[in-house]
Structures are given as C-alpha cells and as structure tokens.
Design a protein around this ligand. Structure first.
Ligand code: F6R
Length: 257
C-alpha cells in the first residue's frame, strides 16, 4: 500500500490524473472503475481539463447505485456518473455501466453486473472514496470481505452523510446495490482518495488498523497495488505520516506516474 499525503484536493486530483492518464495513454488502463460522491470530483475535473482522445475509448463501471431511485432522478448514480464522468470525459455512454437499482429481479441484475465486468476483462484501475463508516463502495461495516455485487442496507451514519445531496434525510434511500469487497479487490489497481478531517478516523482504521470487516476499507491492506491519496486533514490520525512522506520523497523512478 502506497500512502501519499498531498497539500490539497486539487493536488490529489492532479496526481490521480497523472496516474490515470499515463495508464490510458500507454494502454494499461482500458477499463476504469468510477466512484461517485465528493471525493473523486477533483480527479474528474483534472481529467476533464487534461483531456486526451484515449479517454473517450474507456469502458467504465460504477461501484454502486441507490435502490428505489429512478435512473433519471438527479441523485441516482446513473445521473451523477453521467453528469460528472461520462459527459465531461466524453465517454461513450454505451460503455459506461452503473448497477441497476430498479431491476425487477435484483439478484439477477447483480449477477449480470459481475458478468459484465468479467466480460470487459476486469477493472484495470478502480477509483475509490471512503465513507466515515469505513465503507468502500457501499460495503458497510461487517460486509463480507469476499462479497460480490449485491443489495445492502445503508447505515444511518451513511444516510446522514449523504443527506446533503437530498432535500431531506427521509429522501435518502435505505438500500443500495454495490460491488462487493471481493469485486473491488479483483481490480488490478485501486486508487483511494480522501479529503478532510471527517475521513481521518476511517482512513487510519483502513490503512493502519486491523484487517476487519468492521472497517471494510481495511481489506485494501490485502490488495497488491493500492495507492491512497490523502490531504493533511484526512491523514491526521495516521501514526506513520513521517514514514509515508519519506517513502514518497525517495520513491524510485518506476513508481512515479
Ligand atoms: C460512491 C461510493 C462511496 C463513497 C463514500 C465517500 O460511489 O462508493 O463509497 O466513495 O461514501 O463519499 P464522499 O466522497 O461523498 O465523501
């Protein structure tokens, strides 16, 4: 796990864009895993401002979707991905996939989503945020560390965190469909971005805490190629910050994007 502490959300966006653009142009990234929420927005903005034609050839898979919101609801992840990713990065909408939160047979829809990822050749790089509960995707505490795409119930804390996107807390859906932790772990590379003090505890537990389903993000400790991009506030509860900075300053040339 490579932990990189940067000065601002903008620097995080630019650094993540360096990694993604280098993979997209050298052909090692053709399937991108995309997250919603606030954390990855600086990444999408940086990619938009440094757009290269190869971005338009990407296939993308979103991590999750609310259950019970119509796809054209402005806060459905279908809409959010379309607004924040597909249009600004000029992706082909036919190659952008979001889990189906309105399926009449949700279990089959989850199986189909897993199959679609597999048929695309798997995710080359998965962008992740982390929730204050330690969730990645919407895998809330006690999610199986080997779970696949399935329906989950959001915690009250996550519903409160996400209420900022809705007119009221009551309108935040109770359920979601999310890639499982096993699905996320199959991505060849993962890039987690977190900003702000509200993420500090979850980040510290995920990076330095015990491997435990109580902090689902801690499963990334088992990933062979995980990069964690943090601002100072999100890194503030880590104990080994001096070491992470030392590692970054002395990183070998091959580790630079
Ligand atoms: C979004 C997702 C979630 C968010 C997390 C953080 O697709 O899967 O895990 O990344 O809830 O959300 P923000 O970035 O809004 O703080």
């Amino acid at each position: 796990m490579q932990v990189i502490i940067l000065r601002s959300a903008d620097e995080i966006g630019q650094y993540a864009a360096d990694i993604i653009l280098s993979g997209v142009t050298d052909g090692s990234i053709s399937v991108l895993g995309v997250a919603t929420g606030s954390s990855p927005l600086p990444v999408y903005r940086a990619l938009e401002s440094r757009w290269v034609p190869e971005l338009a050839g990407l296939t993308a898979f979103a991590l999750d979707e609310y259950v019970g919101l119509a796809p054209d609801h402005p806060e459905s992840y279908h809409s959010v991905i379309d607004r924040e990713v597909t249009r600004p990065l000029r992706l082909d909408p036919a190659r952008v996939h979001v889990p189906d939160g309105s399926a009449t047979d949700p279990e089959q829809a989850c199986v189909d989503y897993e199959r679609a990822i597999e048929e695309a050749g798997g995710v080359d790089l998965q962008i992740l945020g982390i929730g204050s509960t330690g969730h990645i995707g919407f895998n809330e505490p006690t999610s199986s560390l080997s779970s696949r795409t399935r329906i989950k119930t959001l915690t009250p804390e996550t519903r409160r965190d996400n209420a900022r996107f809705f007119p009221s807390l009551d309108e935040v859906p109770l359920h979601c469909v999310t890639q499982g932790l096993g699905t996320i772990m199959d991505a060849r590379r993962v890039l987690l971005v977190a900003q702000g003090a509200g993420k500090a505890r979850a980040v510290a537990q995920a990076v330095e805490g015990p491997l435990s389903s109580m902090c689902p993000g801690s499963v990334l400790q088992l990933h062979p190629d995980a990069t964690i991009l943090l601002d100072e506030d999100a890194a503030s509860e880590l104990t080994l910050t001096d070491y992470y900075r030392f590692v970054f300053e002395n990183r070998p040339a091959w580790q630079r994007p």
